[in-house]
Design a protein around this ligand. Sequence first.
Ligand SMILES: C[S@@+](CC[C@H](N)C(=O)[O-])C[C@H]1O[C@@H](n2cnc3c(N)ncnc32)[C@H](O)[C@@H]1O
Length: 245
Amino acid sequence: MNVHFTVGGLQHGLRVANVTIRRHAYDMSRSLLPEAVERYVAFDITRETAVQKRLRAETARLPEGGMQIGPDQGALLALLARTIGAKHALEIGTFTGYSALAVAMALPADGKLVCCDRSEEWTAIARRYWKEAGVADRIELRLGDARATLRALTAKRGPGSFDFAFIDADKSAYDDYYEACLVLLRPGGLIALDNMLWSGNVAKRAVRDADTRALRALNAKIRDDARVDSCLLTVGDGVMVVRKR
Ligand SMILES: C[S@@+](CC[C@H](N)C(=O)[O-])C[C@H]1O[C@@H](n2cnc3c(N)ncnc32)[C@H](O)[C@@H]1O
């Protein structure tokens, strides 16, 4: 028997006697969809492997678990990476590794994903699940400030050396990450940026905190950027998909 329940925007679950309560473990409070529709999209209609489900459940037990992307967002990233035949991918903001796992599984066996994060503790969880999923050899984790890692990658590997990038770290630095990724991407490559709706706050002129202003300005910059084609998808908290011309 499957029983669903929600606590503070997170869906939890556990196995009690013979009753399986599904642990959806996903912060739906950022989505602009009604909760039932969001649940349908993210859980009923989206495929997840057993390892992905376990990672989601373990992450949900962390106080910061709401930072994890949704299953449908993971499916979107994998679909985009597969669609362009990505072999060299980049991620800025890895946390416990869900998005990286989705992208790594979409790469060919000789593909590589470079992950940037500054937390040893959170990425230790990621490493366990990447190993379990059999994709650890496709992932290179770089610990430290992502700006410094991106500078080092640009110096060492040069422009046009990546096919795909996912940006999901500190919002005030998104523009820096976007510019660095544009250099690192080959023409025809894709960048996906998470949280570009910021719970709808980007559309509310009265909301003027630093993160909201940074994301609002970047949305407008990308719209007017002649170097790219783009579309802001209303998936999860908003995923801006950008194609380098
Ligand atoms: C929203 S979480 C990423 C969620 C992840 N993509 C997922 O699917 O679960 C943001 C991550 O960015 C990392 N981060 C924030 N600022 C950073 C910086 N300046 N350099 C490197 N990592 C950073 C944090 O440590 C955190 O793990």
